[in-house]
Design a protein around this ligand. Structure first.
Ligand code: ZN
Ligand code: ZN
Ligand code: FE
Length: 725
């Protein structure tokens, strides 16, 4: 017999870790105690060496899914004290730190099996869940996290559920949302005057109508979806007035996804993982059925993630459009009464239930890059799990993000908690949602910010909100925040070269920046280079009418009006936006002239590019700034738009490499971080990092937050952290 001291570092609190340890201790018949520490948990156990070693080996291997284990250190051979049982010791840090709340995660294999087993007491129960799965974040009203403070407070547990809840050997031990047919929530179907109750009956009615081609609103975990067969995409588009934006689809299983899309092993892993994001997959050539779902080469695909989804698909539905139910830029709907009124003219029927959603949470959306998520939107399944930062503990801080893809985050100790998808703050309902979520996060994590970071742009709603708070406000330049965000995302310290490409952000010189090469760190930066400025004819009008950008890039044409505006500099603000360069290129190549949604020109240009074209146009620099004029000159002669699109992006890639080489000569730095919404371009992301590495750079892209403006709040917070030091 001997004693071992085990220190486990990482995010192991609030994720079902102690019941897991309890079971493992019982399994190996060990004695001792566990307690929380500031960086994880600490255990002392007594037993024989082989059992102790197997215990230590099991910890990282069998830990609960949400636990993030950074290290397990074991000190064997300590003298026996004589523990008689196993106890959970309270520590001083306990009360203060019990703040981690799990995201909503998809139904686990055990629950899925029970759901489909006729003899199980939860057979076909649409809300089956356990400690390892089910709703969390979206049903919490307040802390501490227990049933009384969730949507489940209305559903007292029946004796059977209660017994499971209190049995540490049971999978439902301390599972707050646990329920069954007897005691839990139920589904119902509504269409006009028809109301159908009974879980199977209601879901069956929705299934029949979907298969008959109807559009059905389906209440999910974090909000309502509009569901229909892919062949009804055009009908849905018309009713939803969603002109050209792609829809996401849900497929019954991976085999089904493969019929429509290319799926790599890495993509399959993320697609089937317990967080269940929408994964952007390449459509299979000839999968024509999806043409009306998405106009580009990618389609967003997810797998069923709630028990209700599985019952809805049954044995015979393969694929459904599943798009967020919202009206023009307002937040996703999440209340039954609101949906019934506002979706009346869109949905033919409603599949609803009586478990309230407390907090909206849209589906997450990502590509898979280098084996991990590359987010366009980090939301359901990930939020509100924190990002752990290196270094000293932080003060409690708030960072407010930008505007169009609004986000905020709060910090506590070494954790940063980024919010879920919010939307565009110019919409009043979205702004109200944003403000209420800031309050919600402050309460959930018991955070009282001592300072706030916001964008430099005085007209952003987030900036004016910062000034209402009566705490010190720190303004952070937009692209600096992007750079800092990517540094923090990769645990980088010191100084880097930041290649930040996006649509627009206010620069320190009061002009619109957008394709910037910065040099610096969290605290400060130097603006190293950019691209030649583009005059935007008519200002914001040019972001929709791409021919205006094309006109400005080409510098001539037969529009006297534009000619005069340019010549006399009337409402032609200058921009170095990479998004604008893409817009202009899309128009010049004849790919797209009017953008139906933000970034459409860039999306279609990427989709159009011929992957086998490796050459580029001529690259010119004016000092450290890329001069696009020779490139544009060559593009107007281009015969084939697919070749032109590829050459255009190849030119940008080459240009970026040269600019980074110049920045390295200037600064001596050889680490490059890539951030900004223009890097939501997989053509570039599959080529630029390799080319930079060939030149001897270490290259980093986003992994845990989005590269677009949603990721900005993390960067703002890190800049603020260093400015306060
Ligand atoms: Zn489960
Ligand atoms: Zn029950
Ligand atoms: Fe940006």
């Amino acid at each position: 017999m001997e004693r071992v001291l085990i220190k486990i570092n990482g995010i192991v609190q609030g994720v079902g870790f102690r019941p897991f340890i309890h079971k493992l201790v019982r399994y190996y018949r060990l004695t001792g105690y566990i307690k929380n520490t500031s960086s994880g948990v600490e255990l002392e156990l007594e037993g024989e060496r082989p059992e102790l070693e197997r215990f230590v080996a099991d910890v990282p291997e069998k830990a609960p899914k949400l636990a993030v284990i950074e290290s397990v250190e074991a000190q064997y051979g300590l003298p026996v004290i004589g523990f008689t049982d196993f106890e959970i010791r309270k520590s001083k840090t306990e009360e203060k730190r019990n703040t981690l709340i799990s995201p909503d995660i998809c139904i686990c294999d055990d629950c899925l099996k029970e759901l489909l087993t006729p003899s199980d007491r939860r057979y076909h129960y649409p809300f089956i869940n356990c400690t390892n799965c089910g709703p969390r974040f979206t049903i919490i009203k307040d802390i501490p996290y227990d049933r009384a403070k969730t949507s489940m407070s209305e559903f007292p547990m029946c004796p059977d559920c209660d017994r499971e809840y209190h049995d540490i050997e049971d999978r439902r031990y301390h599972a707050q949302p646990d329920a069954c047919h007897v005691c839990g929530p139920h589904v119902y179907f509504k269409a006009g005057d028809t109301e159908i109750t009974g879980d199977d009956e209601a879901i069956g009615e929705a299934r029949r109508r979907l298969m008959a081609g109807q559009i059905i609103a389906v209440k999910g975990l974090g909000g309502m979806h509009l569901a229909c067969l892919p062949e009804k995409a055009e009908v849905l588009r018309k009713r939803k007035q969603r002109d050209e934006k792609p829809f996401a689809v849900m497929c019954r299983d991976v085999e089904c996804v493969r019929r429509f899309c290319e799926v790599s092993d890495e993509e399959e892993k993320i697609l089937t993982g317990f967080r269940r994001p929408i994964v952007l997959l390449k459509k299979k050539k000839g999968s024509d059925g999806l043409r009306y779902v998405s106009e580009n080469q990618y389609v967003g695909v997810m797998l069923p993630y709630t028990p209700m989804h599985y019952l809805l698909f049954g044995d015979d539905i393969d694929i459904l459009i599943m798009t967020s139910a919202n009206l023009s830029e307002t937040p996703i709907m999440f209340r039954n009464d609101e949906a019934l009124v506002k979706l009346e003219n869109i949905a033919d029927g409603f599949l609803l239930h009586n478990r309230e959603i407390q907090t909206r949470c849209d589906d997450s959306l990502c590509w898979v890059l280098d084996g991990g998520e590359y987010f366009a939107r980090r939301s359901r399944g990930y939020v509100p799990f924190p990002i752990k930062l290196k270094g000293d503990e932080m003060p409690e801080l708030l960072a407010l993000g930008a505007e169009q893809k609004a986000s905020f985050c709060v910090s506590k100790e070494n954790y940063v908690f980024p919010c879920q998808h919010i939307g565009d703050l110019k919409n009043l309902e979205t702004y109200e949602h944003y403000v209420s979520q800031i309050e919600h996060f402050k309460r959930l994590f018991d955070i009282n910010p001592v300072a706030v970071a916001c964008d430099l742009h005085p007209d952003y709603m987030s900036t004016s909100y910062a000034h209402e708070l009566n705490i010190p406000v720190y303004e952070v330049q937009h692209h600096h925040a992007h750079m800092a965000s990517c540094m923090a995302d990769n645990d980088l310290d010191g100084e880097v070269i930041g290649l930040v490409w996006d649509g627009t952000g206010l620069g320190t010189d009061n002009t619109a920046w957008g394709a910037e090469c910065l040099v610096g760190g969290y605290r400060d930066f130097e603006h190293f280079g950019s691209i030649r400025k583009i005059p935007l004819i008519g200002g914001d009008k040019a972001t929709e009418d791409l021919t205006r950008v094309a006109y400005a890039l080409l510098g001539d044409g037969d529009n006297e009006f534009y000619e005069a505006m340019l010549r006399d500099n009337i409402n032609c603000p200058l921009s170095s936006g990479m998004g604008r360069l893409f817009d202009g290129a899309a128009a010049i190549l004849g790919i797209k002239e009017h953008a139906g949604y933000e970034g459409q020109g860039a999306v279609l240009l990427e989709a159009c590019a011929d992957g086998s074209t490796v050459d580029a146009y001529e690259i010119a620099f004016d000092g450290n700034n890329f001069d696009w004029r020779p490139m544009i000159g060559a593009m107007r002669e281009e015969k084939d738009k697919s070749v032109g699109a590829a050459r255009f992006m190849n030119t940008l890639i080459e240009m970026a490499v040269r600019q980074c080489v110049m920045a390295r000569e200037h600064s001596g730095l050889d680490r490059v971080v890539l951030s900004g919404g223009s890097f939501q371009n997989m053509y570039i992301m599959n080529r630029l990092p390799q080319k930079l590495r060939k030149e001897g750079f270490d290259v980093y892209h986003h992994r845990r937050v989005s590269c677009n403006d949603e990721g900005i709040s993390l960067g703002q917070l890190c800049v603020l952290r260093y400015r306060l030091k």
